[in-house]
Unconditional design. Structure first.
Ligand SMILES: Nc1ncnc2c1ncn2[C@@H]1O[C@H](COP(=O)(O)OP(=O)(O)OP(=O)(O)O)[C@@H](O)[C@H]1O
Ligand SMILES: [Mg+2]
Length: 575
């Protein structure tokens, strides 16, 4: 089992847990024997002293056994919880390092299930192995030994009862195991329907899809119930069947024992003890079968986790470009790119473009023309299929990822904020920024004003995914987050689409004042947002059709003229 290394730091606990369990089992195994002594030597012989002494001994042993049991639980908990914490954090950091194309393939829901339910299944198995497995196997072997040591003839009852019980257990488990896999799968479906609906609750409400989605959830939920019921029905048969076998064999033991007592070859107390041992042995078999079930469930989970841990990020550090301290130039050389796994024309095709340090360039084009895809290649969210992207004259594949991404501030098309305070969200760009810097960045991004109107200003907690903010407020928070980083290159991917023209103009003025020397790449839909840029690159179906200043494009570029005309017409006169 390759996860064993996660138990290593906790090996002391992992050793102590079974050791103390050994103590508890030993006491458990001694009890019936002492009980028989009380009956045979005490009660039957009217010897109160034996009853008293053995009783006290039993009491003491019970206390010791109980203490051992508690300690075993505690140590096993320490080992298994520590184990799962470490494993979880390894899986988490792996997930964080995976490239987008890989996390997309796993899907968010499945990654969450792997990080939670699957790891819990393995943790339970570790806990079981350290305690239950030790207890039940010793109980089983020790029980047989103790029973036979009293009278070999009891072996007869065992020889009949044990195989029957084993057959019954295997029969039921064989049927139950695939059902458990089915239950896990259906739980996955319930989880993903729920996750989708909780995170998309606004859309569900807006589209009045509550009934439809509730029905979808009901189907998944009922499926889960019926799978669970099937398992329960099987387990419901198991219990009484085992009880029948157990009671029959108890009768057999009493019968064998009774005849021995009659023939004065055995004492009543010994028969009583034998009955207790027998029930323990048979219970042990049942518990061991549960153990196997836990193992099989955990091994399914282990496979799912190993799959994540075994995935190497396709985008990883290059050999480093430490000495390179450029000014923020970006070059695309014959860049072609398609999303992994998708077919058809490439989304970005044969792009050649040189962006000078400190240049203010815009990328314009119809929706779906590949603008976001093109800029995503700069911080290596994806790798090019052909051609190369250079930052400061060095191929992006040669940089260490942290170094490369440290040079770039990117405001993504979809603003993502986190459930932290406003200031903390902005500090994502630069964790060492002081209050003044945070405020300055917010001012530049035109976010200061609305942040100050929030109940606790910069200390106001932002709801998950920024749900407590308007679209434009989220965009400005994200801009502040990128600005505070003071990067060489800053990319705005449609970051002002939700701002009114007045605010946008103020923002652009502030950015010009505060980002002098920074290379600025602005993606926009509105020509009004970009016409003051040094150059505007026009994309059409993934191809670069022109790159020049506003006036020149108006004179020479057909596609640009078309976009311009359509915007002037719809906005009723722009410019
Ligand atoms: N993760 C992805 N996997 C597969 N295909 C994608 C992915 N993201 C985008 N695409 C496809 O790539 C093409 C270009 O998308 P892109 O997001 O670059 O367009 P865009 O110019 O930024 O559009 P918009 O102005 O609407 O933001 C689209 O046809 C889109 O369907
Ligand atoms: Mg886009």
């Amino acid at each position: 089992m390759k996860f064993l290394k996660y138990l290593k730091p906790y090996r002391i606990y992992a050793l102590l847990a079974p050791l103390f369990m050994l103590g508890e089992v030993t006491v458990d195994l001694l009890q019936p024997k002492l009980m028989s002594a009380i009956v045979d030597d005490g009660v039957l012989k009217y010897d109160l002293r034996v009853i008293l002494h053995t009783g006290i001994l039993m009491m003491l042993l019970i206390l010791v056994g109980g203490a051992c049991g508690v300690l075993s639980s505690v140590f096993s908990g320490c080992a298994s919880q520590g184990f799962s914490r470490d494993l979880r954090s390894d899986v988490f950091s792996k997930v964080m390092r995976l490239s987008f194309q890989q996390t997309d393939k796993f899907t968010t829901g499945s990654l969450v299930t792997r990080l939670t339910a699957d790891i819990t299944a393995i943790q339970q198995m570790v806990d079981f192995a350290l305690r239950m497995f030790v207890r039940d196997s010793i109980m089983f072997v020790g029980g047989i030994f103790m029973m036979l040591s009293m009278n070999v003839r009891f072996g007869l009852a065992l020889a009949v009862a044990m195989p029957i019980e084993i057959v019954v257990v295997i029969f039921i488990m064989k049927r139950a195991n695939p059902l458990y896999t089915e239950v896990a799968k259906r739980l996955d479906t319930v989880n993903s329907v729920m996750q989708e609906n909780v995170s998309g609750s606004r859309v569900v409400k807006a589209c009045v899809r509550e009934d439809h989605e509730s029905a979808r959830f009901d189907v998944a939920n009922t499926d889960l119930m019926s799978a669970n019921l099937k398992v329960q029905k099987l387990v419901a048969i198991l219990q009484p069947l085992l009880m029948i076998v157990m009671n029959m064999s108890v009768i057999a033991v009493i019968w064998i024992g009774g005849r021995q007592v009659d023939a004065e070859e055995m004492k009543v107390g010994q028969v009583m003890a034998a009955v207790t041992y027998l029930t323990r042995i048979l219970m042990g078999i049942m518990m061991l079968s549960m153990m196997f079930q836990t193992v099989s469930r955990a091994s399914a989970s282990a496979k799912r986790i190993a799959e994540v841990l075994g995935t190497e990020p396709v985008i990883s550090d290059g050999r480093g470009a430490a000495g390179c301290s450029g000014k923020g130039s970006v070059s695309f050389r014959g860049v072609t790119f398609s999303y992994p796994g998708s077919s058809g024309d490439p989304v970005v095709c044969g792009i050649d473009l040189d962006i000078a340090p400190g240049e203010n360039i815009a990328i314009l084009g119809a929706t779906g023309s590949g603008k976001s895809s093109l800029v995503d290649l700069i911080p290596r969210f994806y790798d090019t299929d052909e051609g190369e992207v250079l930052v400061d004259g060095v191929n992006v594949r040669d940089y260490a990822l942290d170094d490369l991404r440290g040079r770039i501030g990117i405001v993504l098309q979809k603003s993502e904020l986190f459930s932290q305070t406003a200031a903390e969200n902005i500090r994502w760009g630069n964790k060492n920024a002081d209050e003044e810097e945070v405020r300055l960045a917010a001012e530049t991004a035109q976010a200061d004003e609305f942040i100050m109107t929030m109940p606790e200003g910069y200390d106001t907690l932002i709801a998950e995914k920024g749900a407590s903010l308007s679209g434009g407020q989220k965009q400005r928070m994200s801009i502040a987050r990128a600005v505070i980083k003071k990067p060489e290159i800053i990319i705005f991917d449609d970051s002002t689409s939700a701002l009114d023209l007045g605010t946008e103009a103020k923002l652009q003025r502030a950015l010009r004042e505060n980002l002098s020397g920074t290379t600025v790449i602005t993606i926009a839909q509105r020509i009004a947002s970009v016409k003051n840029c040094d150059r505007i690159a026009v994309l059409d179906h993934g191809r670069l059709v022109a790159c020049a200043a506003h006036q020149e494009l108006l004179d020479t570029c057909g596609i640009y003229q078309e976009i311009y005309r359509s915007q002037v017409r719809t906005s009723g006169g722009e410019d």
